[in-house]
Design a protein around this ligand. Structure first.
Ligand code: 13P
Length: 442
C-alpha cells in the first residue's frame, strides 16, 4: 500500500480515524499505525500537512481510542466472565487479568502503544481487568503523547533533515517497529515474574488450557526412599502435584520433570530457621522448589492443629510465594445432622482470616472427613453443590482471592473421571490411590 498517496487522499480526518480505531476498537488491530504516523510526519515536513494540527489531532484520537477500548472491556468483561466457564472463557482469566493489570498495568499501557496488534487489545484488557481509571487515564495520555507525537515528529524531523528520505521510509519504519518492540521483550525476558505473569495471561486466553489438577498426598508413605522414587517417577505428569512426606522431598525433587512439588505441612511462623525442633520452615521448602503446601488436613487437625495455627501457616506459605492447599470438611455426625455448610463456613472464615491481599492464589480441598480412606466418596453431584457453596462463601469475604476448589476423599481410578469432568471441580486431592499412580494416570 502506498501510504503517501493514501494519506494525501484521506487527509487529517482519515489519519485521525485510523489512529482512533487502531488504539482501542478491536477490529483495528491490523491497521498500520506506526508507519502511518511516521509517513504523515514526513508529509508534514514536505508541506502537505501542518505538523501541529497533525500532532494534536493524533494524540487526541489515540487517547480517545484507548479510552473507548477501556470502556468496551469494562462493559463486556463481566458479561463474558459471568457466564459459567466455556471453551474460550474461564472465570479465572478475569482474575489473572486483574492481577496482571494491578501489577503491570502502567507499563503495559505505555509499552503496548509501541507494539502493533497488542496496542489495540491492551486497553480492552485493562477495562476487563478493571484497572483503576485515573491511573489508566494518566498512562493513556503519557503513552498517547509518546507514541503519537513521537512518531509523527520523527517523520517530520527526518523529512526535514535528510534529503530524499522518502526512498528510505520502509526500512526506517521497520527499524522503528523493531526498536519500539525491543524494550518490552527485554523487560519480559529479564524479569522472571513479569515473564511468568505474561505467559500465564497468554496461556489463560487459550482454549482448553484449564487442565484439571491431580494433587497426590502420599501422607506417611512409603517406607523407603527406593519406593518413593518409583512412585515419583510414574507420577511425573504435567497436571500433577506430588506431595511426599518431607523426608523424601529433596530426592523426589530431583526426579520430577513435569509435575509440581508439594509439602504436607509447614512451620507456622514466618522464620527461615531457628530453634524449633522437628519443624520445617516455608523458606526451607521453597528452597527445595516446593510450590504447594497442604494446610489444615483433617488428619493434622485431629492431632491438634487449630484454626489459628492454620491461618498463620496459610499466611506464611503465601508470604513465601507458595500456594496453600487448605483442607476443609465435616465429620460424619456433622454430615448427618446437616451442619456441613455451617462447619465449612466457620473453617473458611477463621482459616482465611489473615489473608488481605489481592494478589493471592489459594486452593481449597473439600475433603469430607467421613469419605477419607473409607472407600465411600461423596457423590460428584453433592461435591459440586458443596464446592459451589465454598466458592460463593469465600467470594463474600475475599472477592479478589484467586481460588480453585478440589475434591478429596476416596478418589480412585474408578471414580476420578466422574469428579474431574465436573467443571466446578478444579482438581482432586488423592490419598491412598496416589501411591499407585499408574492406576490414576491411565
Ligand atoms: P484418600 O484418597 O485415601 O481417601 O485420602 C484423601 C485425602 O485425605 C487426601 O488428602
Amino acid at each position: 500500500m502506498d501510504l503517501i498517496s493514501l494519506i494525501k487522499t484521506v487527509g487529517y480526518a482519515g489519519v485521525f480515524l485510523v489512529i482512533f480505531i487502531e488504539s482501542g476498537v478491536f477490529f483495528g488491530f491490523f491497521f498500520p499505525g506506526d508507519s502511518l504516523l511516521f509517513t504523515a510526519g514526513f508529509l508534514a515536513s514536505q508541506g502537505f500537512m501542518n505538523i501541529w494540527v497533525l500532532i494534536i489531532g493524533v494524540v487526541i484520537s489515540a487517547v480517545a481510542g484507548v479510552s473507548v477500548g477501556y470502556a468496551f472491556g469494562f462493559k463486556i468483561g463481566p458479561m463474558i466472565f459471568k457466564r459459567e466457564d466455556s471453551l474460550f472463557f474461564h472465570k479465572d482469566n478475569l482474575v489473572h487479568t486483574q492481577h496482571f493489570y494491578e501489577q503491570y498495568g502502567k507499563k503495559a499501557i505505555i509499552l503496548a502503544r509501541f507494539m502493533p496488534g497488542i496496542r489495540t487489545f491492551a486497553p480492552i484488557l485493562a477495562g476487563v481487568g478493571k484497572m483503576n481509571y485515573s491511573v489508566f487515564f494518566l498512562y493513556n495520555v503519557i503513552g498517547g503523547l509518546l507514541w503519537g507525537a513521537g512518531l509523527s515528529l520523527s517523520g517530520y524531523y527526518l523529512g526535514n533533515t535528510i534529503p530524499n528520505i522518502d526512498k528510505y521510509i520502509l526500512p526506517i519504519i521497520l527499524l522503528i517497529i523493531f526498536v519500539s518492540v525491543l524494550p518490552t521483550f527485554i523487560h519480559i525476558f529479564k524479569e522472571k515474574s513479569a515473564r511468568e505473569k505474561a505467559m500465564k495471561l497468554i496461556k489463560n486466553m487459550m482454549p482448553g488450557k484449564n487442565k484439571k489438577i491431580l494433587a497426590l498426598n502420599w501422607k506417611m508413605n512409603p517406607e523407603s526412599l527406593t519406593e518413593a522414587l518409583v512412585i515419583a517417577k510414574s507420577s511425573d505428569h504435567k497436571n500433577a502435584i506430588v506431595i511426599p512426606p518431607s523426608i523424601f522431598i529433596s530426592e523426589v525433587a530431583r526426579i520430577l520433570k513435569r509435575a509440581k512439588l508439594g509439602a504436607q505441612d509447614v512451620f507456622y511462623k514466618e522464620v527461615e530457621k531457628g530453634p524449633y525442633t522437628g519443624a520445617v520452615s516455608a523458606k526451607e521448602l521453597k528452597n527445595l522448589d516446593v510450590k504447594y503446601v497442604i494446610v489444615g488436613h483433617s488428619e493434622k487437625r485431629a492431632m491438634g492443629e487449630t484454626d489459628e495455627l492454620i491461618s498463620q501457616k496459610i499466611k506464611t506459605v503465601l508470604d513465601n510465594d507458595m500456594i496453600p492447599i487448605l483442607c476443609v470438611g465435616e465429620n460424619l455426625i456433622q454430615h448427618k445432622n446437616g451442619s456441613t455448610k455451617k462447619i465449612l463456613e466457620d473453617q473458611l472464615k477463621s482459616d482465611l482470616v489473615l489473608i488481605d491481599d489481592l494478589k493471592k492464589q489459594i486452593i481449597i480441598a473439600y475433603e469430607p472427613i467421613w469419605a477419607i480412606g473409607s472407600g465411600n466418596p461423596e457423590t460428584p453431584e453433592n461435591a459440586v453443590e458443596t464446592i459451589n457453596y465454598i466458592k460463593s462463601s469465600i467470594k463474600k469475604e475475599h472477592p479478589y482471592l484467586d481460588i480453585k476448589v478440589f475434591y478429596g476423599g476416596s478418589v480412585v481410578s474408578q471414580n476420578i473421571a466422574d469428579f474431574l469432568k465436573r467443571k466446578e471441580i478444579d482438581g482432586v486431592l488423592i490419598g491412598g490411590a496416589s501411591l499407585k499412580p499408574e492406576t490414576i494416570f491411565k
